[in-house]
Design a protein around this ligand. Structure first.
Ligand SMILES: [Zn+2]
Length: 163
């Protein structure tokens, strides 16, 4: 059995938890889209996922909708478009995947990022008496939305009354 298929049950558990927590229905068709995503070779494009879902008569709208839910649920992440590649690629986040992530300390928004230089630095670092298996690096800060909110709070309201 390919590695990606084995991770389906844990991915489904995480996806269902996300859907229920956000008052969305864990429908059978959403599980089916995830199952197809797990069976594809990683990474894959939205078109490849749609092609795989066609056999089950799943519409392109449902595929895209489910894909964005899977990203919100952090089951799948979008890989930043590489030069020369026409479409965005997606990849299943498994429990042992390496990860670089930014997290807003104010609202908790998260986003994955890729940086080959940082990734190589972590992989090639000499760990003392320690064998690295995988890594997860989280950079904490303030997101753009929270920063704008802070700036708006700091600007006095009296300005509009002058005009
Ligand atoms: Zn924020």
């Amino acid at each position: 059995m390919p590695k990606a298929v084995r991770s389906y049950s844990s991915a489904l558990t995480q996806f269902r938890r996300y859907l229920l927590d956000n008052d969305k229905k864990p429908t059978k068709v959403r599980s089916m889209v995830l199952e197809h995503a797990c069976q594809l070779s990683q990474p894959f494009t939205a078109d490849q996922l749609f092609e795989a879902c066609k056999a089950d008569m799943i519409s392109i709208g449902t595929v895209y909708n489910t894909l964005s839910l899977l990203i919100d649920a952090q089951v799948i992440h979008a890989i930043k478009r590489q030069r020369g590649k026409a479409a965005t690629e997606y990849e299943l986040i498994t429990g042992t995947a390496n990860r670089l992530q930014i997290v807003c300390k104010k609202c908790g928004r998260k986003a994955d990022f890729t940086d080959p230089v940082v990734a190589r630095m972590i992989k090639e670092h000499k760990y003392y008496n320690f064998n690295m298996l995988n890594y997860s690096l989280i950079v904490y800060g303030e997101c753009k939305i929270c920063r704008i909110k802070t700036i708006k709070r700091l600007i006095p309201r009296s300005r509009s009354s002058i005009e």
